[in-house]
Design a protein around this ligand. Structure first.
Ligand code: ATP
Length: 935
């Protein structure tokens, strides 16, 4: 067993590489599967324990800080006091039923909130885990991808720019490797790492350049690391920094709901004060009855069920998005998604499949050569016009292919009989291309001695290889060769010579022009084009740099690769346009490549503009903001341009979603209203900066998430209008009773709580899962600043509240007179209250059915599309009937037996609200034909 975490040799930086590997009982080609299993069992998973999480008690306690619950507690206390006073006056024990009921509801509500919140925290933690990084490891000589928690000491890990180091380790190979260790040392400047040094044992942590630490970020370059410590034994584990702390952030809507709660509570208190003070001044003997009325009003005004329904709806929304492959990292994103007005998307991999296949090669002397074959298969031919072209007889072509093969970090291998690429597909495409001419990586003896990895800013990559013979394929000459590939224009700028028929010649302006034209020809076919060049070096400078070596290059040729558009992307773009959302393509590729693909996908439409990174740099922020509304394609841009684009769009009041995958995309992702990272190809740093991760890297998934966001927001508005409409109806009914001279309150606090939580709350939950209708993607995005009551919602609530109250008051007046008619024997004079209670509850059932759609009648909807609403309405109606007919429930809710005839009268009155809402829809349709909206 290896000596790792609890080893007596913690000073890994003071050992040479071989000693380190020996101590860890590992090898450069990694551990074998048996060793991995043993070590996993011995050391446990490579995870940090979660810190800074709220304790269970803290979560529970937080529930009772809610102002609405505090109001209810106050009502419970006052209710207890009035019952006590009454007990004393009447000299008999009166059980404080309302108090007990209200306190039970308070406790239940608190517990429910607790369960929901801890569920939400668990779910977020689980989501975090799912988004936890995948790591490339070498095990038994094979490169594999595993989850970071599955790493063990002795594992050999391959990292590159954008990765967060998954464990502590000793570097075996470093290539231009820069790591930011701020997470550990607080030092923001990146540290250059070096594998081949051995340091004194007392070297400070920040200076241990041959070690890598968990949680630090690779900013640039590439490296191989053997894991020395995992999990809590790492440096980060020791200082127990909680980089994984889960944040449960309220969404803007939840914040607004909190505010609404406060407004309602203050409103309730004012109302109570007015009723008690005004009423008592008017008629002092009414004080007791007025207190009862005020308590009922206070309970009626507060929508007790609302916060729970909002939270559940948002949580269900994230679940549905997850099923559609969009992982939400921050809850507020669910809501913001519904307001997105511009979707900015990378091209490669998001709009296209990122399966590059080389289709053409352009050489200076020979011109364009087509390459046949499908996918990553090694079979294929080179054709010039219609004639076969033998690559082996053309040294220029062989040198060109060899350069593509060696200046390459991708791995091309067979997996269960199928050829696959690991690593960058742009580089991968060059491997089967070379194989079609008989060249493979295994056949090469040239050793890589230096490298300058690809970066989106330089748009090229170079390696230096040492050559033992003087000439490779009799054309690439020198002791060392610098091999370079990258964007053709930028690579050509570094060239002053060209290779033609095995000869190196000076590059004339006409030849330069010819190369650029070849590039344009390939790019305008929608191909991604790379330019290849090389240079011979007699010696390797002591400190090789890209700037120093990538100049005076010899141009070799171009390769054009096809990256087909995703078939579903075109439809998704069309859906965005229908939904009033602009789609913008942002790519590092050539403008002609971008333009062809953007036209094909429908992103670039007549009148739209294309802007290149260079042109963008010439514009000041105001000029960019003025143009940003017309630009549909940004080509040859670097990641930092993305930030300017987001800012300019936001300046013109757009709500921007922006995709990104690299380290340098992080600022733009943070700045965007919805930062979207790629689940498969995205770097850890970009994922951490994002609001949402696309599990399939697919553009269509963004559109699916936007649609879900709209549905969620629409459903929230739907049940808010439903619940608050009911509250308004209740308050008006209660207030009307003493005003029209009926003694006491028609509804007790207990009955109101039952209505708000059960008869309103349960159908509201069913409304929260109302499926989306196609029309949500036919209407423009909502204004993110709009109030939740905007677009007629507030007016609707008040209108329906008043209708509900009028219906109930009409019934109340009739029922009061009827039950107080002394000529009819056997009538309980308080039975009218039960009828009011029943009518209010059952009216809400009809309202729930009518409110399902904003513009369609209930009979026009598919009855099976939301079975839950039928269940909810059926169950709650049954419950209401049971309350009247089961003696124990009757006693508990303080209601009276209603003969079936009276129940039918209540039901008849109850249908009126349903009829009203349906009629409203018909009238609106008449007035504005063709206007169909939802949400
Ligand atoms: P998109 O936005 O469409 O996803 P991108 O921004 O990722 O594209 P980059 O990867 O930055 O684009 O590529 C920009 C250009 O750099 C490409 O057009 C290509 O010419 C060149 N290039 C891409 N990958 C490599 C690589 N691995 N080695 C050398 N050059 C590359």
């Amino acid at each position: 067993m290896a000596t790792a975490p609890d080893s007596p040799f913690p000073d890994w930086h003071s050992f040479p590489i071989l000693v380190t590997l020996d101590r860890l009982e590992s090898k450069p080609e990694g551990l074998d599967p048996v060793q991995v299993q043993e070590r996993l069992a011995h050391y446990g998973r490579n995870e940090l324990q979660e810190m800074h999480q709220r304790s269970r008690w803290q979560i529970l306690w937080d529930q009772f800080k809610n102002i609405m619950l505090l109001l209810l507690i106050a009502v419970a206390v006052i209710s207890a006091i009035t019952d006590l006073i009454q007990s004393l006056q009447e000299q008999r024990f009166i059980f404080p039923k309302d108090t007990v009921a209200i306190l039970s509801i308070v406790i239940l509500n608190g517990l429910l909130g607790y369960v929901q919140e801890s569920k939400a925290e668990q779910a977020l933690a689980a989501l975090k885990k799912m988004s936890s990084s995948r790591v490339r490891v070498l095990r038994a000589g094979q490169v594999q991808e595993v989850n970071a928690p599955e790493l063990v000491p002795g594992d050999v890990v391959l990292v590159e720019a954008g990765n967060r180091l998954p464990a502590d380790g000793r570097w075996l190979v470093t290539a231009n490797l820069q790591v930011r260790e701020a997470a550990l040392t607080g030092e923001a400047l990146p540290v250059t790492k070096q594998a081949d040094v051995v340091l004194p044992a007392d070297t400070e942590l920040g200076d241990r350049v041959n070690l890598g630490f968990m949680g630090t970020e690779v900013i640039q370059g590439r490296g191989t690391l053997v894991v020395t410590q995992t999990g809590m034994s790492t440096q980060l584990g020791k200082i127990a920094a909680a980089i994984q702390a889960v944040e449960v952030e309220p969404t803007p809507l939840q914040r607004r709901m909190d505010q609404l709660g406060k407004v309602l509570v203050v409103g309730a208190l004012i109302l109570v004060a007015l009723v008690i003070v005004g009423g008592t001044l008017y008629q002092p003997s009414m004080f007791g009855a007025l207190v009862q009325v005020s308590l009922s009003m206070a309970v009626a005004v507060v929508p007790e069920g609302l916060p729970a329904v909002v939270t559940i709806t948002l949580a269900l929304g994230t679940r549905r998005m997850m099923q559609r492959r969009a992982l939400i990292r921050r809850l507020p994103a669910v809501e913001t998604l519904g307001s997105v007005t511009v979707v900015c998307s990378d091209k490669t991999g998001t709009l296209t499949q990122n399966k590059m296949v080389a289709q053409a090669v352009g050489l200076p002397e020979i011109g364009l050569i087509q390459v046949t074959g499908t996918g990553y298969q090694p079979q294929g031919e080179f054709l010039q016009g219609d004639h076969p072209f033998a690559p082996q007889s053309h040294p220029d072509l062989m040198g060109f292919l060899l350069t593509g093969l060696l200046c390459n970090d991708a791995i091309w291998q067979q997996d269960q009989g199928e050829w696959v690429i690991l690593g960058d597909p742009t580089e991968g495409a060059l491997l089967p291309l070379a194989a079609k001419a008989g060249l493979t990586a295994g056949g090469q003896t040239l050793e890589r001695v230096a490298e300058f990895p690809f970066s989106s800013e330089r748009k090229r990559m170079s390696v230096v290889v040492s050559t033992d013979d003087q000439a490779v394929y009799s054309l690439l000459r020198g002791d060392f060769l610098l091999l370079c590939k990258g964007s053709p224009e930028l690579t050509l700028e570094c060239c002053d010579q060209v290779q033609r028929q095995g000869q190196v010649q000076d590059l004339t302006p006409a030849q330069r022009q010819e190369i650029l034209e070849q590039n344009n020809t390939l790019a305008s076919q929608g191909l991604r084009v790379l330019g290849l060049a090389y240079r011979a070096l007699d010696a390797l400078p002591p400190q090789p740099s890209a700037a120093g070596l990538e100049q005076g290059l010899i141009w070799l040729g171009l390769v054009g690769m096809l990256d087909a558009a995703r078939p579903e992307a075109k439809l998704a773009v069309a859906r965005c346009h229908m939904a009033g959302i602009r789609v913008v393509m942002i790519t590092g590729d050539h403008q002609l490549t971008a333009c062809t693909i953007a036209k094909d996908l429908g992103i670039l439409r007549p009148g739209d503009e294309i802007l290149t990174g260079r042109e963008l740099e010439q514009l000041d922020p105001a000029e960019l903001a003025a143009r940003v509304g017309r630009v549909a394609v940004y080509a040859r841009v670097s990641p930092e341009h993305k930030l300017h684009i987001v800012q300019a769009l936001q300046k013109t009041s757009q709500v921007v979603s922006m995709t990104g995958d690299g380290v340098n995309d992080a600022p733009a992702l943070k700045q965007a209203d919805i930062g979207v990272a790629m689940g498969i190809t995205g770097t850890d740093v970009s994922k951490e900066a994002s609001d949402m991760i696309l599990l399939d890297d697919n553009f269509a998934t963004i559109v699916a998430a936007v649609e879900e966001g709209r549905v969620v927001y629409g459903n929230i508005r739907r049940f808010i209008r439903y619940i608050l409409g009911s509250n308004i109806g209740e308050v008006l009914t209660i207030a009307a009773a003493p005003l029209i001279g009926l003694g006491g309150t028609p509804l007790s606090p207990l009955q109101i709580l039952w209505m708000n939580l059960a008869t309103d709350g349960i159908p509201a939950l069913a409304l929260a899962i109302e499926p989306g209708r196609a029309v949500v993607m036919h209407q423009p995005p909502k204004d993110p600043k709009e109030s939740i009551f905007a677009r007629g919602l507030g007016a609707y609530m008040v209108r329906v509240g008043i209708v509900l109250a009028l219906v109930t008051i009409a019934l109340m007046v009739w029922a009061y007179q009827y039950t107080n008619n002394t000529e009819i024997p056997g009538l309980d004079p308080r039975r009218w209250q039960t009828m009011v209670f029943t009518t209010l509850c059952i009216s809400q059932m009809g309202h729930a059915l009518a409110v399902r759609s904003d513009s369609r009648l209930l009979i026009e909807l598919n009855p099976g599309s939301n079975p839950w609403i039928w269940w909810a309405v059926g169950l709650m109606t049954l419950a209401q009937v049971l309350i009247i007919y089961v003696p124990a429930l009757r006693a508990f809710f303080n209601v009276f037996y209603l003969p079936p005839g009276e129940l039918l009268i209540c039901m008849a009155f109850s249908t009126l609200v349903f009829v009203w809402v349906e009629l409203e829809k018909l009238v609106i349709r008449r007035l504005w034909p063709g206007r169909e909206t939802e949400g």
